[in-house]
Design a protein around this ligand. Structure first.
Ligand SMILES: [Zn+2]
Length: 238
């Protein structure tokens, strides 16, 4: 699947989950910090952050768009993650990764607090900017300069609204990663969902449809779906 399909499907998954699930589920594993319900602000912040998180599993691929999101820094990080996770579509495309990413987010926010939360917000926004093509294409300084400027601006905005340890943030990261690997399962190569076991899970329906279908049909549908659910949540719920 393409980056923008992953990002937009992550956004839809978050808005759908926020509309349907009780707050105790959305804030797992931070149950003790959970208060009240998901507010409108959290709902909107979560859309952008989950869109970014839906790119995380491709950190195992030095040629992916996530590898170039912050220039050489992210490139070398991706080379390292690729080595550690055994190559593309292995360790980071598994249910184990979803669990580790979720708990790592919870642990970072819980033990480090605000600096961790804001650093993660910056990084997820950078991924979203890149995947949604809000920056020039390629991997030049101009590209990641734009990504950095937009992500820093977004982080300043979110800094106003976000809590030190947002109880819903681990859920965003876990859900984004899960949406990504389920999306990849719809392609020909599938994913090793139960890594380190070698079994591939695949329901190849995307490959036949091709990039045009993703760009002109699938992604716009995900965006429209997200906006419809947001509209419903904001206007129809108390
Ligand atoms: Zn992938």
């Amino acid at each position: 699947m393409l980056g923008h399909s992953h990002a937009t499907s992550g956004a839809l998954a978050w808005s759908g989950a926020a509309a349907l699930l009780p707050v105790t589920v959305l804030s797992y594993p931070a149950l003790q910090d959970a208060t009240g319900h998901i507010g409108t602000v959290e709902l909107v912040l979560g859309v952008f952050l989950t869109a970014g998180a839906a790119l995380l599993p491709d950190a195992d691929h030095p040629k992916s768009s996530i590898a170039h999101v912050l220039g050489p820094v992210s490139y070398f990080l991706c080379v390292l993650i690729s080595k550690l996770s055994g190559g593309h579509r292995r360790g980071t495309h598994s249910l184990l990764f979803v669990a580790v990413a979720t708990y790592a987010t919870w642990a970072g926010a819980h033990w480090i607090g605000r600096p961790f939360t804001l650093a993660l917000v910056f990084f997820l926004l950078a991924l979203a900017v890149r995947a949604l093509h809000l920056c020039p294409p390629g991997d030049s300084f101009r590209t990641y300069g734009t990504v950095i400027v937009l992500a820093v601006s977004g982080t300043f905005v979110m800094d106003h609204y976000i809590a030190d340890k947002p109880a819903w943030l681990p859920f965003c990261v876990g859900l984004g990663s899960l949406t990504h690997i389920l999306g990849d399962c719809l392609t020909d190569r599938g994913c090793r969902l139960f890594w380190p076991l070698d079994t591939r899970v695949r329901f190849p329906i995307i490959e036949r449809t091709g990039n045009k279908f993703e760009t002109w049909v699938l992604s716009p549908l995900f965006v429209l779906g997200t906006m419809a659910v947001l509209w419903y949540c904001i206007t129809q719920q108390p």
